[in-house]
Design a protein around this ligand. Structure first.
Ligand code: A2P
Length: 358
C-alpha cells in the first residue's frame, strides 16, 4: 500500500495556509481506487486541504480492502450500500453511469457533490465550474447540492479562451485534441502498456483492445466516446456544449475533433480561432502568460512527456495567420488527470472553502 505523504509537485505558499484555521471536513472519495480518485487524494494532501475523516468508496469489487487516504488508511466502502449522511463533501470519479445512479442520492443525503463525470454537466440546476473562469458560481451552494467538473479537454481550453474572448471577442473555435490513454482510467494506461509490449515483440500483434476497441499502441484512434447520429462523437459534443455553458455564450461556434493517441498521460490540443478584432501573437502570448497557472513556451514546444509542472496549462506555437489577422492558432498541453479532472475538482473545493461557502 502506498502512502499519501509524497511531497507535492508544486509548492505554493497559499496552499499550505489553507488547512490551518479551517474546520476539517468529512470527505468521501467515490472511485478512490481509480486513477482520478488516487490523484485527487494526493492533491488534497499536497495542497493542505482541510480533510477530516476521509472515506474511500468504490464498487463491490474493491469494497473491504484497505487503501491509503489523507490522514492514514481506511477500508473501501461499497457505493451501493454507502450512506452519505454526515459527509460534507463527496468527490465522484467512478464513471457517468455510477454518478447517474448515485450522485443525486448522495446530494440528497447532505453531501455537496463535486462530480467528475458527464452525468450532470448540462443539467440546468448544476453549475459547471472552472474556478479560474466562472468561480463566482461558487459563492453559494446550489440547491441541487451538485457541482459538475467539466470534460478533461474542455477545462484547459476554456481557461485560455475566456481571457482571449474578453480582450478580442470570439467568433469561431476549431479544436483538435490528442488525448492520452489515462483518459480511460488506470485500465486505459495498462492496456496501452500491454499493447506496446505486445507490438514490440511482434509487430502484427495488437494485445487486448477492451478499453479502446482498437489498437492504440503505435496508432491513433479518431473516436472517443459514443458516435452520435450527427457524425460527431459524444466527446466532441461535450467540448462544444460545455465550452458554451462555462463561457456563458450559448451560440459559441465550436467544432471539435477528438483523437486518442498513444500517450500515457497528458492531453494536447490544437486550437484555431477567429476573433472579432485583429490579433497580435506577442500580445496574445502576454495575455495567456498573465493568466493564473498558465505557462507560455516561446522557444521550445511543450509536449505531454516533457512539461515539467503538471499543475500548469502549457501553451506554445502561438501564431497569427499572416493572411488573416483575426485568425490565431496555438497548441496546449495539460495533465488530464490533474488539470482536466482531479485538480479542477480540488480547486472547486478550495474555492468553496476560501469563499466561506462550505
Ligand atoms: P473498483 O476499483 O471497485 O472497480 P478508473 O477510471 O481508473 O478505471 O477507476 C474507476 C473507479 O470507479 C474505480 O475506483 C472503480 O472502483 C470505480 N467504479 C467503477 N464502477 C463502479 C461502480 N459501479 N460503483 C462504484 N464504483 C465504481
Amino acid at each position: 500500500m502506498t502512502t499519501l505523504s509524497t511531497p507535492p509537485a508544486v509548492h505554493r505558499a497559499e496552499d499550505h495556509q489553507r488547512g490551518t484555521g479551517r474546520r476539517p471536513l468529512p470527505v468521501a472519495i467515490v472511485g478512490a481506487t481509480g486513477a482520478v480518485g488516487r490523484t485527487l487524494m494526493h492533491l488534497l494532501v499536497d495542497r493542505g486541504f482541510p480533510v477530516g475523516a476521509c472515506t474511500p468508496v468504490a464498487s463491490a469489487r474493491s469494497a473491504g480492502s484497505r487503501i491509503a487516504v489523507p490522514g492514514g488508511d481506511a477500508v473501501v466502502r461499497d457505493l451501493d450500500t454507502f450512506d452519505f449522511t454526515g459527509v460534507a463533501l463527496a468527490f465522484f470519479s467512478a464513471g457517468t453511469a455510477t454518478s447517474t445512479r448515485h450522485g443525486r442520492r448522495a446530494a440528497a443525503q447532505g453531501a455537496l457533490v463535486i462530480d467528475n463525470t458527464n452525468a450532470f454537466r448540462m443539467a440546468d440546476d448544476v453549475p459547471l465550474v472552472v474556478p479560474q473562469v466562472n468561480g463566482h458560481l461558487l459563492d453559494r451552494v446550489p440547491e441541487s447540492n451538485l457541482i459538475a467538473n467539466p470534460n478533461c479537454s474542455t477545462i484547459p481550453l476554456v481557461r485560455l479562451l475566456a481571457p482571449l474572448r474578453a480582450r478580442y471577442g470570439l467568433q469561431r473555435v476549431t479544436v483538435s485534441t490528442y488525448q492520452a490513454a489515462s483518459g480511460q482510467g488506470q485500465g486505459g494506461i495498462d492496456e496501452l502498456r500491454t499493447q506496446a509490449a505486445a507490438a514490440l515483440a511482434d509487430p502484427a500483434a495488437y494485445g487486448p483492445t477492451d478499453r479502446f476497441g482498437l489498437p492504440l499502441a503505435f496508432n491513433l484512434i479518431p473516436r472517443i466516446d459514443a458516435m452520435l447520429d450527427s457524425g460527431f462523437t459524444l466527446e466532441e459534443q461535450k467540448m462544444r456544449q460545455e465550452s458554451r455553458k462555462i463561457l456563458g455564450v450559448p451560440g459559441l461556434d465550436v467544432t471539435a475533433t477528438c483523437v486518442r493517441v498513444p500517450v500515457v498521460n497528458g492531453h494536447s490540443e490544437t486550437v484555431v480561432l477567429d476573433s472579432d478584432s485583429a490579433l497580435d501573437a506577442a500580445e496574445l502570448a502576454e495575455l495567456f502568460a498573465a493568466q493564473p497557472e498558465v505557462r507560455v513556451w516561446r522557444d521550445e514546444v511543450p509536449t505531454p512527456r516533457t512539461v515539467d509542472d503538471p499543475d500548469l496549462v502549457h501553451v506554445g506555437r502561438i501564431r497569427v495567420d499572416p493572411e488573416n489577422p483575426r485568425r490565431a492558432a496555438f497548441w496546449l498541453v495539460a495533465d488530464n488527470l490533474r488539470i482536466g479532472a482531479a485538480l479542477n475538482a480540488v480547486q472547486i473545493a478550495e474555492a468553496l472553502v476560501d469563499r466561506g461557502t462550505l
